[in-house]
Design a protein around this ligand. Sequence first.
Ligand code: UT7
Length: 318
Amino acid sequence: MSFRIIGTGMHVPSKVVTNDDLAQIVDTNDEWISKRVGVKERRFSEDEFASEMGLKAAQNALENAGVKAEEIDAIFAATVSGETSSPSMACMIQNGLGVSCMAMDVSAACSAFLFLLETAAAFFALHKEYNKILVVGTERMSGILDFADRSTCVIFGDGAGAAVLERGENYLDSVITVKGGDTVIKIPHGNGNSPYFKREQDSPYIHMQGQETFKYAVTAISQDVSTLLERNHLTFDDIAWIVPHQANKRIIDFAAKRLGISQDKFFCNIEKYGNTSSASVPIALDELAKSGNLKRGDKIILCAFGGGLSNAACLIEW
Ligand code: UT7
């Protein structure tokens, strides 16, 4: 019991921040960011919260799928940079769409879109009456960046991506790994107001050990993609596209090299948006779908990695 993706959507804020713009406030330069990360510009929100971006991406996906919001049986959403922990992001988006249906968040940082798809597959199997599920990843990463930490703040951007799933048979296989409690990526909550609490707390920004994460990511992509191919008796010739989490162009290049395939097999749009965490895979998928380079029946692999630590991949027939 699984699903097929019948529509994708995205929304990014209008404010474009180039590497040169960032170099005005951070000790960095366009050459370093372009070479080491592959980002040329990112969007930073001036007036939209993550839930508002998520709502717009959801509306865009519904429109592209030709589906009315009332037809949705469940909304699953993900964020690490939402404006509230409660209501959840999924509840905020449900409210914005003006519908009443099952709605909940799944927390898995940059891997989260893959976790949302897996959750949706489980709910389709559990609830025979469910026919359509909306999944949304949305981030205002600019709100949790420490602009004094130049190796981390230059890679991220804001945006939202969404997909409408319909009961079907096209979610062919998936692999999910969680290495719980590893804090090479950490986003502490700023909830230290108790007069009784005696422990020191980290600042409420994203803290990342870049090189450790980099190594984890290259291994995760290569292993997950290989597992899906082997388990399904496929070769790279059978795969039209690999759509990876857009964290660093060099991670994608290293993974391609390790897998012995051309980087062209990987869809990449990091240069325009940077790393938008849970939104990066659905934004990439939406741009790929709209590019006309994806045909119904194509087999694609989505893969992601991030905080948790976690990594996941899935094989989909488009
Ligand atoms: O989506 C969640 C998962 N996250 C990721 O996948 C991120 C994975 N990691 C990375 O993409 C990379 O590790 C970073 C882009 C975050 C950092 O790149 P790096 O090559 O690991 O740089 P580094 O932090 O080890 O720094 C290398 C050098 C240092 O200079 P020295 O000590 O060698 O002279 C840094 O001070 O680069 C310097 N540097 C910079 N220079 C200009 C670090 N950041 C910058 C910067 N501009 N923004």
